[in-house]
Design a protein around this ligand. Structure first.
Ligand code: SF4
Length: 64
């Protein structure tokens, strides 16, 4: 899987960090989420899917 973020859309509320902390991270002083792992393991597919569905800005793309 390949994970990308649309930085123009992301408003850093961190829903994705709660859903999948293995892949997304956000510090208090950051205004765009960080992708820790752009090619996460297959075992994270379910929590990644929750992150995609939960993102209020539709900023997350998962391919593959
Ligand atoms: S849930 Fe979406 S808008 Fe919120 S921090 Fe994650 S990518 Fe950005």
């Amino acid at each position: 899987m390949k994970v990308t973020i649309d930085e123009e859309r992301c408003d850093a509320h961190g829903v994705c960090v709660s859903a999948c902390p293995e892949v997304f991270a956000l510090d208090d002083d950051e205004d765009v989420v960080r992708v820790l792992d752009e090619n996460p393991d297959e075992s994270l597919r379910e929590s990644l899917f929750k992150a995609v569905q939960g993102c209020p800005k539709a900023a997350i793309t998962v391919e593959g």
